[in-house]
Design a protein around this ligand. Structure first.
Ligand SMILES: Cc1cc2nc3c(=O)[nH]c(=O)nc-3n(C[C@H](O)[C@H](O)[C@H](O)COP(=O)(O)OP(=O)(O)OC[C@H]3O[C@@H](n4cnc5c(N)ncnc54)[C@H](O)[C@@H]3O)c2cc1C
Length: 386
């Protein structure tokens, strides 16, 4: 691949390695796993062996010690082939490992990170039945009782939280009321298997069918004080910071899916003939493919730039919202063009276009909907400072 995005030689080699892995190991299994709605333990173990489950954490915690851009390229290349495996990797690194690595104390990092880099998974329990975009409406509570905390509540749509290799989830709970009348939020590390903690898969999804999505029920779950992530009262801030970075991995999924759909449509258009000529030579089809290439190049340029900002320690709240919003809309547009270019075949399950079309939709919803991204951007440019 030509180096028009100024990648280092290590980054170029990494991209080629991940692409080969995705083509050889993931691609042959994608359709069957999607059809059976089956989480793949085999692929998860192989991705762990490749170092994809501890991308940006240092080697002392068992990680691959990559820069953020390299991590984002791993997610992109996997999702180019399969969104479900992309979701497993993106959610685990950004949302599972991220909070423990960024906010955990040394003991928590040593206890969990080496395992989480080696094939065990961790969930990020923010969303609840009545608290998605409106995370402040969290109903889960944690009440102090002696030297323990008692947690009660329900979380839904939590990725990676109920597999046989899931160690636990970070749970946001309300722990009191502040002097200014606002709620105090705290994050707790809750291990699977703790009494009163039920983690069960949610089935019948339209997309990411081979990714694990879970409902978590907490009924008088007792955890010790040392399971608080970082400091009491920091929970909401920790969740928002996690999402700032996490959005870049959803953007990477959008970019990877768009690239996969583009290549699939281009190959098809060069071989399918109508009126005696390949459809790629009909201007209406050629222009769709040209638009896809343009959108993908722009999305990649912007996303990689934001990753480099993050690698340089710059604040990226607005930029990660723009990247997530733009890349997910590019994925939507490219998947739509892909189906259109395949005509009737694009609607059939034997053709990847159908799966690309289903898998893109979540990207405009998960980790903050497109409406919420627009709110973040509008707030950043001062629209509401009147
Ligand atoms: C497959 C999958 C995996 C997921 N993984 C995780 C996970 O690992 N961890 C986790 O915590 N969550 C996870 N989620 C949850 C996801 O982040 C939420 O679904 C998302 O944030 C939206 O919340 P909601 O579904 O409650 O929608 P709502 O918040 O109810 O929104 C409904 C609609 O109203 C719009 N809306 C809401 N508020 C406003 C407003 N102020 N202005 C304008 N429009 C507004 C929204 O944009 C949306 O269109 C996952 C979801 C799915 C489907």
């Amino acid at each position: 691949m030509e180096n028009k995005f100024n990648l280092t030689s290590e980054q170029q080699i990494l991209r080629e390695t991940v692409r080969r892995f995705a083509e050889e190991e993931i691609k042959p299994k994608v359709r069957e796993l999607d059809e059976k709605e089956e989480f793949s333990y085999e692929l998860t173990a192989k991705m762990a062996e490749m170092g994809f489950l501890g991308c940006f954490i240092p080697e002392e915690y068992g990680g691959s010690n990559l820069d953020y851009l390299s991590y984002i390229m791993i997610v992109e290349e996997i999702t180019r082939v399969d969104s479900s495996q992309g979701a497993t990797v993106a959610a685990h690194n950004s949302l599972g490992i991220g909070p423990i690595y960024y906010f955990g104390n040394e003991e928590q990092k040593r206890k969990y990170l080496p395992k989480l880099a080696s094939g065990y998974l961790w969930g990020f329990g923010l969303t609840e039945p009545e608290a998605g975009s409106d995370a402040g409406n969290t109903k889960t509570t944690a009440v102090k009782s002696g030297d323990k905390w008692i947690i009660n509540g329900t979380k839904i749509f939590i990725t990676n939280a109920s597999t046989d290799v899931t160690l636990g989830s970070t749970i946001l709970a309300v722990t009191g009321t502040l002097p200014n009348g606002k709620k105090e939020y705290t994050c707790f590390l809750v291990e699977n298997g703790t009494r009163g903690f039920t983690a069960r898969p949610m089935k019948h999804k339209m997309m990411w069918r081979a990714s694990n999505t879970s409902e978590l029920i907490l009924e008088d779950v007792e955890v010790p004080e040392e399971n608080i992530l970082g400091k009491r009262g920091d929970g909401f801030k920790q969740m928002l910071k996690t999402l700032d970075n996490g959005r870049l991995s959803i953007a990477a999924m959008g970019l990877g899916l768009a690239q996969g759909a583009f290549e699939y449509a281009l190959n098809y258009a060069k071989t399918r003939k109508t009126f005696g000529q390949p459809i790629s030579t009909h201007q209406a089809i050629a222009f769709k493919l040209a638009d896809m290439q343009m959108q993908i190049d722009l999305a990649r340029t912007y996303l990689y730039n934001v990753c480099r900002m993050l690698d340089n320690g710059q604040k990226i709240t607005m930029e990660s919202a723009i990247a997530k919003l733009y890349c997910s809309e590019v994925a939507h547009s490219c998947a739509n063009h892909c189906v259109q270019i395949l005509g009737g075949y694009g609607l059939m399950k034997e053709y990847d276009a159908e799966r690309f079309y289903r898998d893109q939709k979540i990207l405009e919803i998960g980790e903050g909907t497109s409406e919420i991204q627009r709110l973040v951007i509008a707030r950043s440019i001062g629209c509401f400072d009147i």
